[in-house]
Each structure stands twice: as C-alpha cells, then as structure tokens.
Design a protein around this ligand. Structure first.
Ligand code: SF4
Ligand code: SF4
Length: 101
C-alpha cells in the first residue's frame, strides 16, 4: 500500500530528500506522493522514512492503493531496474565523484 500526504502537511519539505524512490515532490498546495513510486520503503528500510521524519504526522496509508509486501518489493525492484542501478541516489553521486577524481 502506498502512502499519501494529507491536508495537515505544513510544507516543511523534510520528507522529500528522505524518500529512496524519489516519490515525494512539492505539489501545488502541499507535498505529494506519487503512489506508483511509493513502496512504503519496502526493500530499502524497515520503516517508512517520510513518516519517521514528518513533524505533523500527516502521512497515512493510501486506501486507494492497497498492495501486498510482495507487490511492494516487486515495485521497488522495477524502480531500481528502471534507474539502471542498485545503489541509492546519494551513493551514486558519491561513486561518480570518486570515479571522476
Ligand atoms: Fe518514499 Fe518510503 Fe515515504 Fe513511500 S514510504 S513516499 S517510498 S519515503
Ligand atoms: Fe508535509 Fe510532513 Fe513532508 Fe513536511 S515532512 S512536507 S509536513 S508531509
């Protein structure tokens, strides 16, 4: 099941860089989660990273997008395959910088 950001969001932006799938972005009024990219952090972390950092607790599960653990893991794998990499975005940048040194 993907997560969603509700209207209690205060637009602090803290959650955006924490998402391993780059599923969070700034919307017109509040931050939004692209459910097609949200894996509830399955495959990356034990806990949903956005929920961990959100100061106002405004990221519940999205009842419109119910998925099993297996489906979430498959989604994560597909996202990683799509990026052509199995390393985290920050790791990629670090590795690239080291390579170019
Ligand atoms: Fe991103 Fe994880 Fe939050 Fe989903 S639960 S939006 S994958 S940080
Ligand atoms: Fe909104 Fe919470 Fe993300 Fe801040 S951390 S932008 S309040 S969803």
């Amino acid at each position: 099941m993907a997560l969603l950001i509700n209207e209690d969001c205060v637009n602090c932006g803290v959650c955006e860089p924490e998402c391993p799938n780059e599923a969070i972005s700034e919307g017109d009024d509040i931050y939004v989660i692209d459910w097609e990219k949200c894996t509830e952090c399955v495959g990356w972390y034990e806990e949903a990273q956005c929920v961990e950092v959100c100061p106002v607790d405004c990221i519940p599960k999205d009842p419109e997008h119910v998925e099993t653990q297996e489906e979430l893991l498959a989604k994560k794998e597909a996202l990683v395959d799509g990026q052509g990499s199995t390393v985290m975005p920050d790791q990629s940048k670090k590795l690239k910088a080291e390579y170019e040194r």
